[in-house]
Design a binder for this molecule. Structure first.
Ligand SMILES: Cc1cc2nc3c(=O)[nH]c(=O)nc-3n(C[C@H](O)[C@H](O)[C@H](O)COP(=O)(O)OP(=O)(O)OC[C@H]3O[C@@H](n4cnc5c(N)ncnc54)[C@H](O)[C@@H]3O)c2cc1C
Length: 506
C-alpha cells in the first residue's frame, strides 16, 4: 500500500464523498460507500483506530445491561438498540472470523431468585439474537462455576448463569476494514488532517485543506459531500463548517487495567453485575492479556488525551476485588488504556439525556453529514444509514448496501500446517491474519522470524508486512495497532522499541 500513490489519487480526483476520521465509523462508511460504486476518500489525522476504536472493551454485544433497562423501564429505544446490536454481532463475526469470536461469560448469582432472574434475562437476550452460531445461556452449579472460573470468590456464591457474547480485536478489525476498503477502490490515508474548508460558489463542491502530518505539507482536496465521522471530535468538525452550531456530544471516559494472560487460568470471562455507581465491570481474557473494566466518568475537554489515573485504577480494583478469591494488587497491573465514548445528547429538546445509539445529522443544502454517537458493534449499520443518506444528498441513483455479507480481508478460520517449524506460539499467532497466513510466511522467510521482544509471538517479518501492507508508519503505530503491546504490556513495549526503531519511523 504505497502512500505516495494514494496521495496522488487524493489530490488528482474530485470525490463523491470525503470521510473525516479513520475510526470504526469512518472506515465502515468508506467500505460501504466504495462497494456501492461511490468514489470515496478517507482521511485520518493520526493513525487509523487511534481513538476509542482501539481502546474499547473489545466486545461485540447488545449489552445485557441495556436489555435489563429496556425491560425494567419499558424503554423501546433501549430494546431497539439491543436488537440492532445483536443482529450486527452475528454479521461482524461472520465477516471476520479470524479476528472475532463468541465469548463465554460467567454471571455469578448469590440467591435462588437472583439465579432465575438473570437466567430469564439472558434467555431473552438469546431470543432477541435469534439464530446464530453463538451458544445459548444456561445455569451452572456452584462447583461448575468454580471449575470454569477458578478465581471467583466462592463465599456466599449460589451458582451462576453462563451466557455468550462476541469478542474481537478492535484495532485489527479496523485495519481489516481499511484494507478491504482500499482493495475495493477507496483511498484511505492516515496522518492527514482536515484543517479548513470552503464551498465553491454554488455550495456544491467542498474545497478542503488537508495537512500531511508526516511531512508537514498542505494539500487541497475536492469532494461533493463531506461525511463527518470524527468520533468525540465531531463537534470540532461541525463548528469548522457551521460556526455557530450547538455542540451535540457529551463524551464520557472509560478505562481498563491489564493483567498478564497467565493470571487467569480460564477461557471464561466474568461479568461483575453491580458496582458502586450501578454499572457492570468485565474481567475478560483477551488476546495475550486479561482486561478489566470499564469506568464511566465525565470528560471536560474532548480534545484532551484520555489518561488512566490512580483514582480510575482504585475504582476498578474496588469493584473487582470482592468478587475474586485473591485480590489484585497494583503491582500485578502490566498495562492499561483509556478512551472517550462519543455519547450524543438525545435531541435538541431534551439536551441533558444521553443516548448510546447513533444519529445521522444531515445538512442537505450544504452537502454535509455527521454520524454522531454509536458503538463499535453497530459500525456497519451506522455506515449503511449514512451512505443511504449520502445517496439522497448527492441526488444519485440509489444502490443498495453490500456489506452484510462481505468478508473482510483475511476472513477465514482455516488452520494451517506449521510447514516452517515455527515456534508453536508464532504459528498460532499468524492465524490472526486468516487466509493471509501464507503471505505472512513469505515475509518471515524474507525478513526473519526472530521475535521483536521475548514472551510475545511478534516477529520481524510480521513487522515488515505491517509496514508495507497495513499503513503502519511509526514505532507507536506498531505498538498500538500492529501488536497491541502499547496497551497490554508497557514494559514489553519499551523493550520492543529498540528493534522497532530499525524498521519504522520514530
Ligand atoms: C472505554 C470504552 C469501551 C468501549 N467498549 C465498547 C465495546 O466493548 N463494544 C462496542 O461496541 N463499543 C464500545 N465502545 C464504543 C466504541 O469504541 C466507539 O463507539 C467507536 O470506537 C467510535 O468510533 P468512531 O470512528 O466513531 O470514533 P473514533 O474512534 O474517535 O474515530 C474518529 C477519528 O477521527 C479522527 N479525526 C478527528 N478530527 C479529525 C480531522 N480534523 N481530520 C482527520 N481526522 C480527524 C480522530 O483522530 C479519530 O481517529 C467503547 C468505548 C470506550 C471509550
Amino acid at each position: 500500500m504505497n502512500r505516495q500513490n494514494l496521495i496522488h489519487q487524493l489530490i488528482h480526483n474530485e470525490w463523491d464523498i470525503l470521510v473525516i476520521g479513520g475510526g470504526a465509523t469512518g472506515l465502515g462508511v468508506a467500505l460501504d460507500a466504495v462497494t456501492r460504486g461511490l468514489k470515496v476518500v478517507l482521511i485520518e489525522k493520526q493513525d487509523f483506530a487511534s481513538g476509542p476504536t482501539s481502546t474499547s472493551t473489545k466486545l461485540i454485544h447488545g449489552g445485557v445491561r441495556y436489555l435489563e433497562k429496556a425491560v425494567k423501564e419499558l424503554d423501546y429505544g433501549q430494546y431497539k438498540l439491543v436488537h440492532e446490536a445483536l443482529n450486527e454481532r452475528k454479521i461482524m463475526i461472520q465477516n471476520a472470523p479470524h479476528i472475532s469470536n463468541p465469548l463465554p461469560f460467567i454471571l455469578p448469582t448469590y440467591s435462588f431468585w437472583q439465579k432465575w432472574y438473570y437466567l430469564l434475562g439472558t434467555k431473552i437476550y438469546d431470543w432477541i439474537a435469534g439464530k446464530d452460531d453463538i451458544p445459548n445461556s444456561r445455569i451452572l452449579s456452584k462447583s461448575e462455576t468454580i471449575t470454569k472460573f477458578p478465581l471467583l470468590n466462592s463465599q456466599k456464591l449460589n451458582s451462576s448463569v453462563l451466557y455468550y457474547d462476541g469478542q474481537f480485536n478492535d484495532a485489527f478489525y479496523a485495519t481489516a476494514l481499511m484494507r478491504t476498503a482500499v482493495e475495493k477502490g477507496a483511498c484511505c490515508l492516515n496522518y492527514l488532517e482536515l484543517t479548513s474548508q470552503e464551498w465553491d460558489n454554488e455550495n456544491k463542491i467542498h474545497k478542503l485543506a488537508v495537512k500531511d502530518n508526516l511531512k508537514n505539507e498542505f494539500l487541497e482536496v475536492k469532494s461533493r459531500l463531506v461525511l463527518n465521522c470524527a468520533g468525540v471530535q465531531s463537534d470540532n468538525i461541525r463548528k469548522m463548517f457551521f460556526h455557530n452550531i450547538e455542540p451535540r456530544l457529551r463524551p464520557s471516559k472509560g478505562v481498563h487495567i491489564v493483567l498478564p494472560r497467565k493470571w487467569l487460568p480460564s477461557q471464561h470471562s466474568l461479568l461483575i453485575p453491580s458496582t458502586e455507581d450501578g454499572r457492570v465491570i468485565f474481567v475478560i481474557p483477551w488476546y495475550y492479556a486479561v482486561i478489566i473494566g470499564t469506568t464511566d466518568t465525565e470528560v471536560k475537554d474532548p480534545n484532551s488525551h484520555p489518561k488512566v489515573t490512580n483514582e480510575d485504577i482504585d475504582y476498578v480494583l474496588r469493584q473487582a476485588n470482592p468478587y475474586l478469591e485473591k485480590p489484585i494488587q497494583k503491582a500485578d497491573i502490566i498495562g492499561s488504556f483509556a478512551g472517550y465514548r462519543p455519547l450524543v445528547k438525545a435531541n435538541k429538546t431534551n439536551t441533558e439525556a444521553l443516548i448510546r445509539n447513533h444519529e445521522i445529522e444531515t445538512f442537505q443544502e450544504k452537502n454535509f453529514i455527521s454520524v454522531l454517537g454509536g458503538k463499535w458493534t453497530t459500525y456497519r449499520q451506522m455506515a449503511e444509514e449514512a451512505v443511504d443518506e449520502a445517496f439522497k444528498v448527492l441526488n444519485q441513483k440509489y444502490v443498495s448496501c453490500k456489506t452484510k455479507n462481505l468478508p473482510l480481508i483475511g476472513a477465514s478460520e482455516k488452520k494451517y500446517e506449521n510447514t516452517l517449524n515455527l515456534p508453536a506460539e508464532v504459528h498460532q499467532h499468524l492465524h490472526y491474519y486468516g487466509s493471509e497466513y501464507p503471505i505472512l510466511l513469505e515475509y518471515l522467510q524474507k525478513y526473519g522470524s526472530d521475535l521483536i521482544v521475548e514472551n510475545y509471538p511478534f516477529t520481524i517479518g510480521e513487522m515488515f508486512f505491517l509496514k508495507e501492507i497495513a499503513q503502519i508508519h511509526t514505532v507507536q503505530d506498531a505498538l498500538m495497532r500492529g501488536t497491541r503491546l502499547g496497551i497490554i504490556d508497557f514494559e514489553a513495549a519499551e523493550k520492543a522499541k529498540i528493534v522497532l526503531e530499525n524498521i519504522f519511523e520514530k
